[in-house]
Ligand binder design. Structure first.
Ligand SMILES: [Zn+2]
Length: 236
C-alpha cells in the first residue's frame, strides 16, 4: 500500500470533522460511523450469541491454544465487513476504521456486557515493535482502545513492551506463529488493576494475547484477564 500524501491526509481529517457525517461503509449520511442500514443489511458474521464469553464456544476455541486468560469477547468472525474494516485500519491506515470497529464492538458486545458484568479496570492494547510503529505510524490496537474508552471510560495503560520485532503474523503458518511470539514481550511497569483487558484487532491462534496474559499472571496471579478482539480468524 502506497503512503498517503499530505494532501490526502489533510482531506481525510477535513472530511472527518467538517463534512456532514456519513457512514464509513456505504458513505450515506449518518450520525453514526456505521449507519443503521449497514448494521441491518450488511452481513456482519457475529457469533450466535454476541456478548457471550467466547471461551465457552467450541466453534471458536477448537484448534486454538489453551487460553491463559479468563474471558474472550469479539464482534464476529474475521470476514465480510469486519475483515474489510480491520484491513482498512491496518494496511490502508484509515484511522476511522478503528472508530467504526469500536462502534460495532459497542453495539454487539459492550452494550450488553456492561449490563451483566463488571467491566475491566484497564485496557492494555497489544503493543507493536518500534520498527512497526515507525513504518505503520500508529498502533491499531491503541486506536481501537481509545475509541472504546469513549463508550466506557476505561484507562488505557501500557506496562508491556515488545522486546523484539516479530514477523508479520498474517503471513505465517499456524505452528510458526507460536514460535514467533515466544518471549516477544516483557512486563516493564507495575499494574494496579484487578481486571485487565487486552485489546487487539484480530484473534488468530491467540499466541500473542496468551503470552501477554502469562506475563501478567506470573506477577499478578489473582488478576482477571479479558481479551477483547474485534474479529476472530477462522481455522479450517
Ligand atoms: Zn452504511
Amino acid at each position: 500500500m502506497k503512503d498517503k500524501t499530505v494532501y490526502q491526509q489533510v482531506m481525510e481529517i477535513l472530511r472527518a470533522f467538517f463534512v456532514a457525517p456519513a457512514c464509513l461503509l456505504c458513505k450515506q449520511p449518518s450520525e453514526e460511523i456505521v449507519c443503521r442500514y449497514c448494521l441491518e443489511d450488511t452481513e456482519i458474521s457475529t457469533f450466535s450469541a454476541p456478548g457471550e464469553n467466547l471461551l465457552e464456544m467450541p466453534s471458536v476455541m477448537s484448534n486454538r491454544m489453551t487460553p491463559d486468560f479468563h474471558a474472550l469477547h469479539a464482534i464476529g468472525w474475521h470476514e465480510s465487513i469486519l475483515a474489510q474494516l480491520v484491513n482498512q485500519l491496518k494496511f490502508g491506515r484509515q484511522h476511522l476504521a478503528a472508530k467504526a470497529l469500536a462502534y460495532l464492538f459497542y453495539t454487539f458486545v459492550l452494550n450488553r456486557l456492561s449490563q451483566v458484568e463488571d467491566l475491566p479496570d484497564v485496557f492494555i492494547p497489544v503493543p507493536i515493535s518500534t520498527i512497526r510503529l515507525m513504518t505503520r505510524g500508529f498502533n491499531q490496537a491503541q486506536l481501537i482502545a481509545e475509541y472504546l474508552s469513549l463508550y466506557h471510560p476505561i484507562n488505557i495503560v501500557q506496562p508491556v513492551t515488545k522486546t523484539r520485532h516479530t514477523k508479520q503474523q498474517s503471513r505465517m503458518q499456524r505452528h510458526e506463529r507460536f514460535a514467533n511470539m515466544q518471549n516477544a514481550f516483557t512486563l516493564k511497569h507495575n499494574l494496579n488493576a484487578k481486571h485487565i483487558c487486552i485489546i487487539d484487532d484480530v484473534l488468530t491462534t491467540g499466541a500473542t494475547v496468551n503470552q501477554i496474559s502469562e506475563l501478567i499472571l506470573d506477577r499478578y496471579p489473582s488478576a482477571k484477564i479479558s481479551v477483547w478482539c474485534m474479529s476472530v480468524a477462522k481455522f479450517d
